[in-house]
Design a protein around this ligand. Structure first.
Ligand SMILES: [Cu+2]
Length: 164
């Protein structure tokens, strides 16, 4: 209960800071050279996640590299709030990055709530053991979902792949 409240409170702070919209972005909301997660893209539907690779090309799954600080942009292109939640962010170093502020350590945060039209960047560094990666042919998958009531069951889920 306490953890949830703390995460929620920080979410509000982050959204307030993000209101300035200081990011340099393309039409899709993508920042140059970074993979992007889109929530509620009108082209796909309100209850969807979709992914762009670092070149802006649509991909089925978001790919992150193991033992690397992956910088990712998260955009809510929908009409209603959504959240991004994954065990990936609970297991590994995960920080939010705000233009003009820098990285904010987010120990204990498991999900990010984002209002419509807002975006945020985050940094995640998966540190899977090479033994596990090798046995799984160099790829380990994690699910992402939006657990605002009705959204996940409505189809709002996707996959992040961690590769060697
Ligand atoms: Cu949602």
């Amino acid at each position: 209960m306490t953890k949830k409240f703390t995460a929620g409170a920080l979410g509000v702070v982050l959204l307030a800071l993000l209101g300035a919209g200081a990011f340099l972005t393309t039409m899709s909301g993508q920042e140059a050279g970074r993979p992007t997660i889109l929530m509620g893209d009108p082209a796909k539907g309100e209850l969807t996640f979709s992914f762009l690779d670092k070149d802006g090309k649509p991909v089925d799954k978001l790919v992150l590299q193991n033992n690397v600080e992956n910088q990712v942009t998260l955009v809510n292109k929908g009409q209603i709030p959504h959240e991004l939640r994954s065990d990936l962010f609970r297991l590994f170093q995960f920080d939010v990055e705000i233009a003009g502020v820098g990285e904010i350590e987010t120990v204990g945060i498991r999900d990010m709530d984002l209002e419509p039209g807002k975006q945020v960047s985050f940094i995640v560094k998966p540190t899977l053991s090479s033994k596990v990666l090798d046995e799984k042919n160099g790829q380990v998958e994690f699910e992402v979902g939006c657990f605002i009531p009705g959204h996940y069951v409505g189809g709002m889920k996707g996959t992040i792949v961690v590769t060697k």
